[in-house]
Design a protein around this ligand. Structure first.
Ligand SMILES: C[S@@+](CC[C@H](N)C(=O)[O-])C[C@H]1O[C@@H](n2cnc3c(N)ncnc32)[C@H](O)[C@@H]1O
Length: 286
């Protein structure tokens, strides 16, 4: 959408004639973020990729969402310069491989409704921050063991005025032993953290019975899936969906693996910090 189109869509501070590319001032965003004179960082090409990528997931991009993604892009690029948060630096990479890729965990409809969701190993906030923008009804707890990443996610959620995001520093193995977190969540989402047998040991203890782990993976080999299924059974669950698909626009292979928690996790799981990844259940770590 160009500037005029955005104004027609109800974006109150939109400039009528938008530059073909590059940064420009957005009074609306300045008011929203509390940063008067802040810039709107998405180029028309970035906006097109975001809109088309989300559309292929049957998601509409509202003016508010577009602003929030623009601000997120800006904060991520700025945070990257200071903190080296993510390997992806260009606008197109961030839009497609962070924003749209994060949105793919909405496939299958497992994240509908007012659910309590942990994002395990969120890093710089993925998929949690895009989910918080796209699904304001979710209550999101992004978790990571690295404090500087969680500090960034917290500051970013505040700048974007996302009240549904409560980041937490910690290791999943330890949080899952605390009464405030064990068996307390409806969903765990996870992207790019570990092999499936590791993920189920870390995630299922956090879920209530009936809750779901939604794991974003690349193409998954049969042996990892088989070990993941056995590990899921061991910690109180079963694989209920394996959904291979292509990342919108780029076509990279992805798989969304969904695991249901069917009974309480035995007390001995998760094992102590580091052990699930060092000695994965039913799986030779490679
Ligand atoms: C490769 S990054 C992926 C970050 C993000 N999910 C993404 O897709 O961009 C993996 C993250 O998981 C975190 N992590 C790994 N094991 C963890 C654990 N047991 N508990 C909490 N965080 C963990 C790491 O600190 C790291 O930030």
């Amino acid at each position: 959408m160009d500037g005029a189109g955005r104004a027609a869509a109800g974006h109150p501070g939109a400039p009528a004639g938008r530059p073909a590319a590059g940064r420009h001032r957005c009074p609306c965003l300045g008011a929203l973020s509390g940063h008067e004179g802040e810039v709107w960082p998405v180029t028309p090409e970035g906006e097109r990729l975001l809109r088309e990528g989300l559309a292929s997931l049957e998601l509409d991009l509202t003016a508010d969402m577009e602003q929030a993604f623009g601000r997120l892009l800006d904060l991520l690029q700025e945070g990257n310069r200071r903190l080296n948060l993510t390997a992806l630096k260009s606008e197109a990479d961030i839009v497609l491989k962070h924003f749209v890729d994060s949105a793919t965990c909405l496939r299958g409809g497992y994240l509908k409704g007012p659910l309590r969701v942990v994002d395990l190993g969120t890093g710089a906030g993925f998929p949690a921050l895009p989910l918080a923008i796209l699904r304001p009804g979710l209550t999101l707890t992004p978790v990571d063991s690295i404090r500087k990443k969680i500090d960034f996610v917290r500051a970013t959620a505040q700048a974007l005025e996302l009240p549904n995001v409560t980041p937490l520093v910690g290791r999943a193995e330890t949080l899952a032993r605390e009464p405030a977190h064990r068996a307390r969540y409806d969903r765990v989402v996870v992207r790019a953290v570990a092999a499936l047998p590791v993920l189920v040991e870390l995630a299922l203890p956090l879920l209530r019975v009936g809750g779901l782990l939604v794991a974003q993976k690349g193409p998954i080999e049969a042996d990892e899936l088989e070990a993941g299924g056995r590990a899921a059974h061991e910690v109180g669950g079963r694989v209920v969906d394996v959904d291979p698909f292509a990342l919108p626009i780029l076509g990279d292979g992805r798989t969304l693996v969904t695991v249901e928690k069917t009974r309480p996790t035995p007390e001995r799981y998760p094992r102590r910090e580091g052990i699930p990844a060092q000695q994965p259940l039913f799986w030779d770590a490679k």
